[in-house]
Design a protein around this ligand. Structure first.
Ligand SMILES: [Zn+2]
Length: 190
């Protein structure tokens, strides 16, 4: 149901050889206990997703994410919330998938600059641009530009006022490893 990579290539006019594999370094992976930037400080809670910061082309060159790249929705859904995060904005997309216990699957992006019209309540189709990667140039000692991607099952009566990263952790949203779901080629540089 998710296809991040195919849509990322299409939206940014890249061929498969332009973007062969997303590079995952220690700290970028789901469940990481430390940051990947600066002095690799411990995280307040295990990393709730994966950070897409750079990719490798077929010649081995590394390309870094930046505001020049557009971020596609990886699936169809409805935008549940658009909120500020510590680098840019987060966009939460509720997919049509429900589990037997009634919880819905969400695609959660962090650190984006939303495109015009990306607002709560809007329907979105897989491949539609959600926005671009937030520029982090003003953040001293912060991470380089990257897209944070989470996938989580969230109960239907989850309080709207808790629809932020801290609230999702406190409210026991069930985070899953996005790499099992979003369909991207990865290279673990561990
Ligand atoms: Zn992250």
């Amino acid at each position: 149901m998710f296809n991040f990579h195919k849509h990322f290539l299409g939206l940014n006019n890249l061929s498969p050889s332009d973007c062969m594999a997303w590079i995952i370094r220690p700290g970028m992976e789901f469940g990481a206990n430390a940051a990947w930037w600066g002095v690799r400080k411990p995280r307040k809670s295990p990393h709730e997703g994966v950070d897409l910061c750079m990719f490798r082309d077929s010649a081995g060159a590394i390309h870094r994410m930046g505001s020049c790249y557009l971020i596609p929705s990886a699936c169809d859904g409805v935008i549940a919330s658009v909120i500020a995060d510590f680098i840019g904005m987060s966009v939460f997309v509720k997919t049509g998938l429900r589990r037997g216990d009634g919880k819905a699957l969400y695609l959660l992006y962090g650190h984006v600059q939303p495109a015009a019209g990306i607002e709560a309540g809007c329907a979105i189709t897989g491949g539609d641009p959600v926005g671009s990667v937030s520029d982090t140039a003003l953040k001293v000692n912060g991470p380089s530009p990257h897209l944070h991607v989470s996938t989580a099952f969230i109960r239907e009566d989850f309080p709207m006022e808790m629809f932020n990263w801290h609230g999702l952790v406190e409210g026991e949203a069930e985070f899953l490893d996005p790499l099992d779901l979003i369909e991207i080629p990865v290279s673990f540089d561990f």
